[in-house]
Design a protein around this ligand. Structure first.
Ligand code: THU
Length: 148
């Protein structure tokens, strides 16, 4: 019998997603162009729509002291708090250049968990292959540390 596999994400066809999602993907792709990645040459862009309806963008910014690098997702989250103050996130899009679109790193998942409910959609898009995946944030970041 063929083994059944169950994915915890959806593969979407970009031509069929709602306009609001398409715009968020466009924002992530555009800001990705601004990434400063002279060391890894791996550019990432992130766009976050807040519950207030604004979109904030971030790209990875690397540093010669490599550990000083800031990821795109944290950049976008920082921009949202700097502009709006604390608020909740409604949708997140992340663009990168790998065939299989890159998921947020664990540090970024923890950072985003401060502002993001488990049911929030996270869209990952590859600018190379066009592969578009949709995750629930809670699937990417179960058991987040949120209080002490
Ligand atoms: N990067 C991000 O911007 N977001 C992630 O979640 C994964 C990694 C960046 C950091 C670094 O500039 C490059 O990708 C390679 O790790």
């Amino acid at each position: 019998m063929e083994k059944e596999t169950q994915n915890d994400f959806e593969i979407l066809d970009e031509s069929k997603v709602p306009e609001s999602v398409k715009h968020l993907l466009d924002d992530a792709r555009h800001v990705m162009e601004n990434a400063y990645a002279p060391f890894s040459h791996f550019k990432v862009g992130a766009a976050i729509r807040t519950k207030r309806g604004n979109v904030f963008r971030g790209c990875n910014v690397e540093n010669a002291s490599l550990g000083g690098t800031i990821c795109a997702e944290r950049g976008a989250a920082m921009a949202s708090v700097a502009s709006e103050g604390y608020g909740r996130f409604k949708a997140i899009a992340i663009a990168s250049g790998s065939d299989d679109p890159a998921p947020p790193c664990a540090i970024c998942r923890q950072f985003l968990a401060q502002f993001t409910d488990p049911d929030v959609p996270v869209y990952l898009i590859s600018v190379k292959s066009g592969v578009l995946k949709k995750f629930r944030f809670g699937t990417l970041m179960p058991y987040a540390f949120t209080e002490f």
